[in-house]
Write a protein that binds this ligand. Structure first.
Ligand SMILES: [Mg+2]
Length: 295
């Protein structure tokens, strides 16, 4: 065993998913902007008008990944009083799905790092605020089913009256769900940096705060939460997207409140949260920052 002075010994990794393990923003932006362009062409509703209506639906549904979005946009409903916009503008949804499939990928080094942690018998727990359905889809798509022991996600969004999650499914049943990773839902309304979920993860694995590492790309949510509990906090700086081209589109259409957006802007301009560890290059830097050893 190589002695690593100043390298904390830890036995549990808790990680955020979006923009920490994969580039969610890139996948979202490339697929959503392509869908929006196509939808605007097909419907002849200006993009800005669609954006305003989309933001209202997303806020009402509390997510920016809402499967029935098109069916609830007033401009589209007015133009199609006797048919469902989702059917009429089916081609825009194809564009969205195709682009999402193409652009959902792990950051380099993630797979190798998670495999190394599995070799060392270190449990990896994921904690995301994205909804259950899309979190499972991304875990399957990126091949992480099983490399993550437990995933905590938000529950799925509400469905329109008379529609169930089952009705959304168009593929055979075994193409859904996770085979190995256990999937748990966070109670609705619990959002990072609330520490309840992280606290219960530590309790489940009987690990004290200084026996665990938490990594994420949001200073305001991930780093603040880990610091409050005294878990080793790691900032996935490579995942920060706030200054990237297209982030304004996300601000314009997402379910975030104006207050969230302002706070994130302020923090990005003048960080008041200083992370203890920073991954400037990539996820695999974790392996040299900490001594991951079985408890
Ligand atoms: Mg994230």
């Amino acid at each position: 065993m190589v002695d690593m002075p100043n390298t904390p010994r830890v036995s549990l990794l808790v990680t955020d998913l979006d923009n920490t393990l994969w580039d969610w923003f890139e996948a979202w932006h490339s697929s959503f902007s392509a869908m929006l362009r196509r939808l605007s062409q097909l419907s002849e509703v200006p993009q800005r008008q669609l954006e305003r209506e989309i933001q209202m639906v997303h806020r009402r549904r509390g997510t920016s990944e809402y499967s029935y979005l098109l069916n609830e946009l007033p401009s589209l409903l007015r133009r199609n009083p006797h048919s469902q916009p989702l059917k009429v503008y089916d081609d825009a949804i194809h564009v969205l799905n195709r682009e999402r499939l193409r652009s959902t990928k792990l950051y380099s080094g993630v797979l190798a790092t998670l495999r190394e942690l599995r070799r060392r018998k270190i449990p990896v727990v994921a904690y995301t605020e994205s909804v259950a359905y899309w979190s499972e889809w991304r875990i399957r798509r990126t091949g992480l089913d099983g490399l993550i022991k437990v995933m905590y996600s938000s529950p799925d969004h509400d469905f329109p009256l008379g529609v169930s999650a089952h009705d959304l499914r168009t593929q055979p049943p075994d193409t859904y769900g996770l085979k190995v990773t256990t999937h748990k839902r966070v109670p609705p309304g619990i959002l990072k940096p609330n520490t309840d979920v992280l606290k219960s993860i530590l309790a489940d694995f009987s690990v004290p705060p200084k026996g665990a590492v938490y990594v994420g790309d949001s200073l305001m949510k991930d780093v603040a939460m880990a610091q409050e509990l005294g878990v080793y906090d790691v900032y996935a700086q490579y995942g920060a997207s706030q200054d990237r081209e297209g982030y304004d589109l996300l601000r314009r259409v997402s379910h975030w409140t104006q207050q969230d957006i302002e706070r994130e802007r302020e923090l990005s301009a003048q960080p008041t949260i200083t992370p203890s560890y920073v991954l400037s290059e990539g996820f695999s830097q974790l392996l040299s920052m900490f001594d991951f050893a079985e408890a």
